[in-house]
Every structure is written in C-alpha cells, then in structure tokens.
Design a protein around this ligand. Sequence first.
Ligand code: HEC
Ligand code: HEC
Ligand code: HEC
Ligand code: HEC
Ligand code: HEC
Ligand code: HEC
Length: 453
Amino acid sequence: MKITNIQKVTELSKGLKALVFISFLALAPSYFSQGEGLFKAKCATCHAVFNNGTGPKLYEARQRWDDAGEGDLIYEWVRNNGALRASGKSQRANEIFQEYKGSVMSIFADLTDDQITSIFDWVDAQDPNAQAAGGGAQAANVGGTEMEEEKGIPWMWVILGVMFSIIIMAVGGVRRQLKIATKESEEGQEGLTYVEEFKTWAWKYRLYVGLVSLVVVLSLLVGFFQTLYGVNLMEGYQPSQPIAFPHDVHAGVNGIDCKYCHNSVTKSKSAGLPTVNVCMNCHKKINGEGKEYQGEINKIYAAAGWDPTKGPSGEYTNETSPIVWNKVHNLPDHVYFNHSQHVVVGGLDCKQCHGDMAKLKETAKVQPREALNKIQENIDSKIEFDRATMTMGWCIQCHEQSGVSIADGKNDYYTEIHDRLKKNDYDLLNAYNEDGRVSVKELGGWECSKCHY
Ligand code: HEC
Ligand code: HEC
Ligand code: HEC
Ligand code: HEC
Ligand code: HEC
Ligand code: HEC
C-alpha cells in the first residue's frame, strides 16, 4: 500500500515537473511583446531592423512613408503590396519595388492595423546606438532578432523559477503552521522538507490538483499550438520569376510529365528544378519566332549561351549564366519535409499540396487552402484544410485526416509495420483500424521529431 502511494506521488511529481516545463514553453512567447513576436515570425526572414537585406531595413520605415505623405498606405502595403502597387495610389510602393527589383514581399492579408502598428512600434523602439556598439554589419543584421532572444530567456527562467519556489514554499509553510497549530500532524510527517510536504499535500488533494493542472495544461497547450499554427503565412505567395514560365502550356496542353522537369521528386527529399539544358531539349527547336513570347525564349538562349543565328541551326557560343528561379515553397530550416515519402510511400498526388499546376497560366504560387479543398483527390480522401497552406497546422491536419492502407502489401514499409503489429500488438492494430483506416498520425506523423531537426 505504502509503496504504491509513493509511486503515485513520484508520478505526480513527474507530472508537476512537466507542468512547470510546459508552462514555461507556453508562456515564453507571450513575454515577448506582440510586435517583436510578429516581426520575428513574419518579417525577419527578409528584413532586419537596421540593415538592408532581401528587403529594406524597417527602422523608421513608417517615418519614410509619412515623409512621402503616404503614412496610411503603409498598412495596405504590408497586407498586400502587389494590390497597392496595382492600385496606382502609392508612389512610395512603386519606388521601393523598383529599388528592390526582382524581390517581392509576401502578402500578410490577415494582419490587423493594430498588429502592424505593434511591429513598427517595436522596430522603432530598438536602439541604433546599441547596434553600432555591437559592431559589424553582420552582427547588426541579426542583432535585432536572435541576440536579444538569447538575452531574454535566462531571465525568464530565473523569474519563473523564483515565482514557483515562492508559491511552493508559501503553500508548504502555511500547511506546516496550520498543522503545528492544530496538532493534527500525523506521525512521521514532522521533519519533512517543504517539497515532501508539498507532495503529500498535492497527493491528498490529488483530484483538485489533477483537475486544475489538466485545465491549465490544456489551455496553455491550445494557446501554444494556436500561435505555432499561425506563424509565417505563405498562402498566395508568388515571387516574380526571371522567365514567365507557364505550367499550363507545358504540363497541361503539351502533357509533359511533372517528373520530366522535377526529376528527383520520387527519389529524394526535394523535387528539384530543371536546369536550362532541360529547357533546351525542346526550345532549341521551339524558338518562338514571331510569337509574342519570343522574348522569354530568348532569355533561355541567353542563359544557355545559345546563339540561334550561328551555324545551320545555332551553336553554343556565348557565355552561360544559370537561370535563378526564386523559391516559391519554402519551409524554415528546422523543418524536415520529404517529397518521395509523400509521393511514393504516401501515394499522394502533387495536386493535393500544390493545386492543379497543369491549369496554372502563370508561374508557381503557394495555393491557398480554399483551392486545395476543391481538388478532387482531397475530396475523395476526405482531406479538408482549414489551416493555412505550408504552416505546421496544415501538415498536422493532413496527417490526421489521411489514411494509409498498410495491409495491401503494396508497400514494404507499411507491410513491415503491419506484420509487426499483427505479431506483437493486435489490440493496437485493431484500435488503429477502428475508424476503418490507419492515419498517418497513428503511425507517428504527429511526433515533433519526425518533422523537426
Ligand atoms: C519574402 C520576403 C519579405 C518578407 C517576409 C517581408 N518583406 Fe517587407 N519587403 C520585402 C522586399 C523585397 C521589399 C522591397 C520592396 C519590394 O521589392 O517589394 C519590402 C519592403 C517593405 C517595406 C517598405 C520599406 C520602405 O522603406 O519603404 C515595408 C514597410 C515592409 N516591407 C514591411 C514588412 C513587414 C512589416 C513584414 C512582416 C509582416 C515584411 N515586410 C515581410 C520583402 C519581405
Ligand atoms: C504532401 C504535400 C506535397 C506533395 C504531395 C508534393 N509536394 Fe512539392 N512541396 C511541398 C512542400 C512542403 C515543399 C517545400 C519544401 C521545402 O521548402 O523544403 C514543396 C516544394 C516543391 C518544389 C520546389 C523545389 C523543392 O524541391 O523544394 C517543387 C518543384 C515541387 N514541390 C514539386 C512537386 C511535384 C512535381 C510533386 C508531385 C510529384 C509534389 N511536389 C508533391 C509539398 C508537397
Ligand atoms: C518537353 C519539351 C519542353 C521543355 C522541356 C520545355 N518546354 Fe517550354 N514550351 C514547349 C512547348 C511545346 C511550348 C509551346 C509552344 C507553342 O505553343 O508555340 C513551350 C512554350 C514555352 C514558353 C512560351 C509559353 C507562352 O505561351 O507564353 C516559355 C516561356 C517556355 N516554354 C519556357 C520554358 C522553360 C523556361 C523551360 C525549361 C525550364 C521549358 N520551356 C522547357 C516545350 C517544352
Ligand atoms: C517543362 C518543365 C516543367 C514541367 C513539365 C513542370 N514544371 Fe513545375 N516548374 C518548372 C519551372 C521552370 C519552375 C520554376 C518557375 C516557377 O516557379 O513557376 C517550376 C516550379 C514548380 C513549383 C514551385 C517550385 C517552388 O519553388 O516552390 C511546383 C510546386 C511545381 N513546379 C510543380 C509542378 C507539377 C505538379 C508539375 C506537373 C503537373 C510540374 N511542376 C511540371 C518546370 C516544370
Ligand atoms: C496532403 C496530405 C499531407 C500533407 C499536407 C503533409 N503530409 Fe506528411 N504525410 C502524408 C502521408 C499520407 C504520409 C504517409 C507516408 C509515410 O508514412 O511515409 C506522410 C508522412 C510524413 C512523414 C513521415 C511520418 C512517419 O511516421 O514516418 C513526415 C516526416 C511528414 N509527412 C512531414 C510532413 C511535413 C513537414 C508537412 C508539411 C510541410 C507534411 N508532411 C504535409 C500526408 C501529408
Ligand atoms: C507534420 C510535421 C510537423 C510536426 C509533427 C510538428 N511540426 Fe512544428 N512545424 C512544422 C512546420 C512545417 C513548421 C513551419 C511552419 C511555418 O513556417 O509556418 C513548424 C513550426 C514549428 C515551430 C515554430 C518555429 C518558427 O518557425 O517560428 C515550433 C516551435 C514547432 N514547430 C514546434 C513543434 C513541436 C513542439 C512539435 C511536437 C508537438 C511539432 N512542432 C510537431 C511541422 C511539424
């Protein structure tokens, strides 16, 4: 009897430790101001506070728009810079776009005025002198972001630690006083440390402690994941490309297989983009003469160093320069995503994640969830996204909704899992199959380490 109690108490204390850890994880982001959080999650990949990078420095950007008499338009710029440029009502928008030719800023349609204000408030509150003292252009570039984060975290640990110890000691102290006062202290309990007393106390009121912890943990977790789900929205992102390459003409009208150009998609992690030689396989002949797109084909020739006027049918004489396509889909470095796993093992169609490329008249873009929800393959597989494409929520949601057939013997990986479960854990297999399918989640597709390095 005693032993089991002790075991339970140990378990409970493990639970409490986990609670402290999880609440730290969950509380951490809210300690940074909203503006800083948004800046780091959404803007820092392209913008630094004090230095120009992929995008211009954001320090006093508001001031610059004010000076141009367009202070209000900066909000529209952040939400949809393309639309603002197209509207023709902002000169600043076109100027800055010209200055950064070739780079396009993402769209942040769901940011409110308050959120945008909070970003610029935080940016403008940074100290330019501290940056200079930090030295070096490189240091300044990351200065606004990582360095401060590192400074912040140990402090939070200290504060949280002190808070928890105070609470624990206070609770223990009060109990101890009460017990001494009422002399109801049980034998063997005297001389216990605060921690032990707390454990005993927590055990005595385990139902309440359990319920309260459960509610706290759940609400913290929900909040934590909701912030994660929202980071770094890419939906609709369509950077400008060096050549106006239409997918519909190639993959649609001319029926060229996706793998002809993205030839590593079934073999490796990344799908790969075609080199200029692949284009030349066809475009040596298809030279667009007299067509309105001839200029685009000439760009291929320029990249390949091909001179169509030399020799009977052209020659490689000029200097070559690779075509630099801008990346459209781009996961952060800490995420692991593997194409062959999804396309070959998972048996998914490109459409389910990229939309119907064979109908796309323009260059590639990140398809919004509404478009993916209209794809027949997704409807058939009962996959419906309400999380933004390319976010963590999007991956997770599909892993919960997609079933994989593990028993049809078509796939060694699943056959192995199936055999192992049949042999060792039939109950688990049946539990998996209860809803008529085994989901990716059930096979571990929700484990952090599967997707995160
Ligand atoms: C994918 C890269 C990228 C991301 C992410 C990004 N921007 Fe930009 N931003 C740019 C580029 C590039 C420009 C320069 C104009 C252009 O080429 O479109 C720019 C220009 C700007 C300008 C105009 C600056 C000036 O001096 O007039 C503002 C303001 C701005 N961005 C704010 C933001 C904010 C706020 C965020 C985060 C919510 C953000 N940007 C996220 C790339 C990005
Ligand atoms: C499960 C969803 C999913 C499926 C199915 C899928 N992709 Fe992707 N694709 C992605 C993601 C996510 C990225 C971004 C990868 C990154 O940034 O590391 C991507 C990136 C790409 C890229 C950019 C280059 C690269 O490798 O990063 C190409 C090209 C591409 N996919 C083509 C295809 C083709 C062709 C198919 C079908 C044979 C396909 N994809 C199927 C999700 C998918
Ligand atoms: C397997 C053959 C093939 C390959 C490979 C190929 N193309 Fe094409 N491309 C075509 C055909 C066919 C057309 C349509 C010609 C027409 O209808 O006049 C075309 C048309 C085009 C056009 C004009 C489309 C328009 O209507 O505006 C561009 C631009 C283009 N290709 C770029 C490229 C680039 C860049 C590559 C390499 C990444 C490439 N192509 C690879 C066959 C190919
Ligand atoms: C003739 C060659 C060719 C064929 C065929 C082709 N693509 Fe592409 N694809 C390209 C080129 C070139 C780019 C880069 C330009 C762009 O982003 O549009 C690209 C870009 C992409 C991207 C975005 C890459 C990124 O940076 O995230 C995806 C996704 C993609 N293709 C999917 C497909 C799918 C799915 C098919 C088959 C239905 C297909 N492609 C067929 C040449 C091709
Ligand atoms: C359209 C649905 C879909 C989307 C979206 C999707 N996945 Fe998957 N994923 C699958 C399927 C189906 C499998 C099963 C294939 C397998 O078990 O290898 C899988 C398997 C995986 C696995 C292997 C899991 C394991 O247990 O071994 C990883 C890792 C993974 N996906 C990462 C990602 C990431 C990262 C994203 C988001 C960028 C993503 N997936 C988006 C459907 C999807
Ligand atoms: C199926 C794949 C998948 C699984 C499982 C997964 N993640 Fe993620 N996670 C992602 C992707 C993709 C992103 C990037 C989202 C973006 O850029 O919008 C991400 C982003 C994050 C970020 C935000 C970092 C940033 O870019 O700001 C954190 C933190 C994180 N994940 C933690 C976790 C934890 C903790 C777990 C386990 C409970 C987990 N993830 C499980 C795919 C996954």
